[in-house]
Every structure is written in structure tokens, then in C-alpha cells.
Design a protein around this ligand. Sequence first.
Ligand SMILES: Cc1cc2nc3c(=O)[nH]c(=O)nc-3n(C[C@H](O)[C@H](O)[C@H](O)COP(=O)(O)O)c2cc1C
Length: 207
Amino acid sequence: MNTQIIFYSMYGHVYRMAEAVAAGAREISGNKVELFQVAELVPDAALEKSGAKAARKAFAHVPVANVETLAAADALIFGTPTRYGMMCAQMRNFLDQTGALWMAGKLVGKVASVFASTATQHGGQETTITSFYPTLLHLGMVIVGVPYSEARLLEMKEITGGTPYGATTLANLDGSRLPSENELAVARFQGRHVAEIAKALAAGRKG
Ligand SMILES: Cc1cc2nc3c(=O)[nH]c(=O)nc-3n(C[C@H](O)[C@H](O)[C@H](O)COP(=O)(O)O)c2cc1C
């Protein structure tokens, strides 16, 4: 089986979460896990000015996602930073290239899940993930979140991301806060949980 983690990250927070999701997904035997980043849309000069160009070197090795490869996946897990409470334009642009897959029903029945990053605690963690869902449902995908059997969602002793809709992190306004252990653990849980469900569905189809 194949799990693809498709993300966009400007400063590396979503990338760190993507690595944790991948680590969780790899815990499921027989699961080939692949990481892809969606294409950049921001001009080079703007990336340079904001410091993103330097930050992006940390994940420059991750191949650029191509919609053609999506149909090979059993599970697709999408990671996006919040832009005004919703997914980033780079991710939207990628999804807007799935028209032919939609027409042919190529993603119908595949498992989908979403994780996210915001700068602030109430800056749109849940809305970024849940506003992603209509696209996934139009494509016919089966949405999986993070159930409360992951007890780290209940953490109250520290500021933390982590929602029943998907793993999240808080980057702070200047990007200085990196994903915490709690947030990374929820991300690992999400990767494992999604892959487990995708594996069971794939086995059911064969059986
Ligand atoms: C145009 C723009 C809009 C943003 N909108 C929000 C927002 O609505 N809420 C929020 O908390 N953070 C917002 N942010 C901050 C990003 O979500 C933050 O930089 C990101 O989560 C960091 O992840 P990354 O390092 O993977 O890019 C915004 C950033 C930009 C550039």
C-alpha cells in the first residue's frame, strides 16, 4: 500500500509536522510512505526578503508533487499552513489541477486527512482543516481525523496544537516556536491511524 504526504511549508513548521506524520505512517507494515511538497507560487525575490528562501533549504530535497501520482495512493495526507483561516494558495493551486482525476473518479474511496500550522492559538487551526473537507468530499475521499483515543488532544498543562480534525502546530508570529513534542506525537498518531484505516480498506477491497 502507498501513503502520500503532500504539504506546503514556507518556514519549515508544516514540513516538520509532515516528517512526524510520515514516521507514524511508516509504523504500518507494508506501507510505502512518500513525501511531496506542492509547487511554490511566491516570487523568488519575495521569498528572499521574508527569510523563507533560507528556511526552505531544509526541505529542498523533498520532490515536488504531481497530480498524476495521486491515483497510486491508498491514503493522501495533506499539510498546509493557515492563510487567513484557510489553506494556502499553493495547496489550492495543486488541488485545482485534479480536475481530470475528479472526472475519472480516480480518488474515490481513498482515505484523506489534513494537518495544519497557524501562527496563533486561535488563528484558524480548525477552520483551515475543515474548510479543506469540501474539496476532499467532491473528490470522493473518505476523511479521517484524530480521535480522542489519542489522549494528547486533552493536554491542558501547556499551549499545544492538536485537534480531532487533524494534527496542528503553533508557529508564533515570528515563526520562532517549533512543533512541540506533544504536537509531533499527535502528528505521528495521525499518520499511523490514517495508514491503518487505509490498509484495512485496501484489504477489504481485495477480499
Ligand atoms: C498571508 C498570510 C496569512 C496568514 N494567516 C494566518 C492566520 O489566519 N492565522 C494564523 O494564525 N496565522 C496565519 N499566518 C501565519 C502562518 O500560518 C504561519 O507562518 C505558518 O503556519 C508557519 O508554517 P510554515 O513554517 O510551515 O510555513 C499567515 C501567514 C501569511 C503569510
